[in-house]
Design a protein. Sequence first.
Lengths: 178, 282
Amino acid sequence: MNLRETDINNTTTENSIWQILDTVVDPEVPVLSVIDLGIIRNVTVESGDTLENDAVEITITPTYSGCPAMEAITMDIRLKLLERGYKNISIKKILSPAWTTDWMTKAGKEKLKAYGIAPPLDVPQVCDSKLFAETGAIQCPLCGSYHTQLISRFGSTACKALYQCLECKEPFDYFKCH
Amino acid sequence: MTNTKSLQTLPTTETQLFTDQVDFLLHLADTNLILAQRNAEWCGHGPVLEQDIAITNISLDLLGQARNFYQYAAELINAHNKTIQAPGAIETSDTTEDSLAYLRTERQFKNLLITELPKIDWAHTVLRQLFYSIYQFLLYGQLQNSTDAQLAAIAEKSIKEVAYHVKWSSEWIIRLGDGTDESHHRMLKAMENYWPYTGEFFMPAKYESEAVTGMNISSLEQPWIEQVKTVLDEATLWLPAFENVAAVYMHSGGKTGVHTEHLGFILAEMQYLQRTYPGAAW
């Protein structure tokens, strides 16, 4: 991957920033990049005369209000850009529109499953307010069975719930639809 | 909020609106912060590991929401060049989420009284969460439509997390209420202790005017009672006496800084580091 993709005038394009962002991973789930998560809302580049003077502005949105990974991610974005020689970096946070798991890429969902975390189902299907609700069959990421049960609505992190597979008996995390 | 400037000049309507706006944000932030602290007391002491994790995750959600409100309040305050003065505090020219959380005293905190009460046991904890989360869901549901864009954004973001809190606590109320004799008895005790603090939700403080909140706070009471009743009915905990809302004396004062003795202990612990080593950072 050519990380310094530039046009013939040797200036940074937004594409090159997106490619750099693809190397910034979620510290909790390191198979997912911030692009897979869908938290990068906007990237703008104002070209300066050199790479150093290019003004890069990135707008991100937090997943959960209290997610402690957001600060680590913000720092990591800044570090990766600094490593590539950018000096004029601005990272903005917006709350609206609120992040939803619908913004997670399909590739991201596949990566989650391979990592052993059940990916979120589509939001309109299952985010209802019924109690003790069957939230739609969650597939076990380990053995593939749909015969699973909810253990707790909160798992290892705020964004995940704890499930157990009734076939292979293994517990696993489910990334909650949000 | 003590501010030496306001003592000298009569507040104009604009200044009053601004003060009310900030007070409302602080009320929303303080309520979430203090409840987050109470819930976090379960860390390492939960009844089972999964619920220890659940209650602390809820705590984290509330803390994140509190931070959003504090950050916005600090922005507004700084923009108007006002500083909050707490007795003996280091004078800072810039208000931050940290100075708001760590350097204000009891009379300046505007959290709902119910959030500062001792957590007592699991029954009390899940009941308090039910009462507050249903109220929060209704309140933020309205705030989402606020003409204040940032307030609406925070409400829109928070309400998705609150929806899970409502589900979690409702399910626990039903498990315990409609459970064993002991769990049922403990739930009744929790009702007795916490019910008289729910009236405060719907008694608007002066700063909770329609101009600031975009709604009539007391109008949330009926839908709240209906939703709470649905869960408590299912849990075999609802008593006909609760229908007569007017008959129960309801405690209040938290929204305007008049707190129970419990808040003092919470702040003493929470603010200890900043007060002992002012300006400490790491």
